[in-house]
Design a protein around this ligand. Structure first.
Ligand code: SF4
Length: 152
């Protein structure tokens, strides 16, 4: 399996150090499923492609480790502030909703296949509740991606 280098704007390690697992905030499971190439900046999108397409979708056995802080997808985000986020309160709310919906405990580890299987138990309309404050919800790509995944 090839591993694309993850953007590292502050020369920090944005994978779980001891295992090389992809670090994910809980709400990023469904964001990764819904990723269609539309991001906050070219660097953000390139990193999403490297992590989501190059690792998670390329190899469902890829290990993921959950964090309450900035993760492998946040690394080059223009809204990241250190290990936090400029929209910290909204993001924490999304994480709480998604962690509860997916049954993810703080510090949990699993394969991407397991995380994706948990997401597949949700109905697309559940995103109206758990993603309520996200600016991307209205575009519909995340619901569409979950709908396609559940039909496989
Ligand atoms: S609507 Fe927002 S939080 Fe929900 S899956 Fe899509 S990008 Fe992620």
């Amino acid at each position: 399996m090839s591993r694309s280098r993850i953007a590292d704007p502050q020369d920090q390690n944005w994978t779980a150090p001891e295992s090389g697992a992809v670090l994910l905030r809980p709400h990023h499971v469904l964001c990764a499923i819904g990723w269609t190439g539309r991001g906050y900046s070219p660097a953000f999108s390139a990193n999403m492609d490297a992590v989501v397409v190059g690792r998670l979708r390329a190899d469902p056995d890829t290990p993921v480790a959950f964090t309450e802080n900035a993760d492998s997808l946040c690394a080059p985000c223009p809204h990241r502030r250190g290990h936090g986020c400029a929209s910290a309160e909204k993001i924490a709310d999304l994480d709480r909703n998604h962690a509860a919906a997916l049954g993810i405990e703080p510090g949990a580890r699993m394969s991407w296949a397991e995380a994706r299987a948990r997401a597949m138990r949700l109905r697309p309309d559940d995103l109206d509740r758990i993603c309520a404050r996200c600016q991307w919800l209205e575009y519909g790509m995340c619901k569409d991606a979950l709908r396609r995944l559940r039909q496989k």
